[in-house]
Write a protein that binds this ligand. Sequence first.
Ligand code: ATP
Length: 396
Amino acid sequence: MSTTTSDHAAPRDDESPSTVSGAEIVFTDVVKTYPGMSAPAVDHLSLTVPAGEIAMFVGPSGCGKTTTLKMINRLYEPTSGTITIGGEDIRSKNATELRRTIGYVIQGGSLFPHMTVRQNIALVPGLLKWDKQRIAQRVEDLLELVGLDPDRYRDRFPRELSGGQQQRVGVARGLAADPPVLLMDEPFGAVDPITRQRLQDELMSIQEEVQKTIVFVTHDIDEAIKLGDRVLVLQEGAEIAQYDTPTNILSAPANEFVEDFVGSGSSLKQLSLARVDELDLLHPLTASVGDDGGTAAEAARAAGQKDVIVLDSRRRPAGWYTLGEATRLGRLPAQSPRDEPTPVDRRATINDALDTMLASTHGGVLVTGRRDEFVGVLTFRSVTEYIQATAEDASS
Ligand SMILES: Nc1ncnc2c1ncn2[C@@H]1O[C@H](COP(=O)(O)OP(=O)(O)OP(=O)(O)O)[C@@H](O)[C@H]1O
């Protein structure tokens, strides 16, 4: 049987080199006053988003997040001030040309309903006159990147997809022409909490590969803390209350406004900061799809394990069974015969992982990394120890 141990596992994805393909965005003294409005929606905003980072814009309704975002791709024109991308004034190109170099993802994916998934993703590369073969390859690569099997999904229409799948296609379309900048306006606002968590995790692993500059508007401070390299907390008129790392926003709020916005300081708030792979993961023996369940169970038992984790040919989890179940199954199938909690991404927060764990019969959760490859197992015990240690630190 083709079991493997962690010693033989694929190298950790954070060891692989990555290149920043994003470009720095700089706002200098930007003002936006809508016609007929006495007060500006954005009032003398100066801000730098470093290349390859995710900046999360968060703040109460009407504070000017969307206006600020839409000035980057010139859906709105500033009344005064300058915005540059990669050092170049965005007014140096015409607006249509500019928009083809900036990905834009909004709630629901905003896919064209009469176009297939492939046609939706191919839209901008087509406008940019890429050759057919390059576009076809790009569609395949992007579907893989966002976790949709190209053979299954490329010819479907948006109505044949779930909300989460539509959103994934929306992200693929935003990335289609390989733009340095991706703008995301409440992209995950319309999906259920579990799908939302999954999409957030996927966005983080996609970002590890693509390293774009992402500006992401959200109402949700937890989403901002989770995804952001930096979080911009805005007050009315797009006045900056704080622009900082998630850790500093949580541990050193700049003023009362930020403190109230972030919520009262619980000693467990670190749970929404800490990532799954910061905790000790188990690296058990795994089996492969097609292996004999009895043999796999024997090997697992000999290694001191109570269960058998089955991976497919691309090392993605395909099943998680007790020794008895694995033996009864015989040949280990590609698809588990029962619903299992979905794995969590190694970049998921401990909070997210806990939700999934509570639905698990194994007292833990499978953790995946880049392209959904298996990384290890997070146990309930490991989380409990972490919570205890955090609570002790907070009270000392
Ligand atoms: N097209 C418009 N014409 C006139 N006023 C507008 C327009 N768009 C936005 N505003 C006003 O500008 C201010 C900022 O709006 P904006 O949509 O940027 O805020 P936001 O923080 O994104 O809000 P929300 O979270 O509710 O989407 C608000 O007072 C809003 O009413």
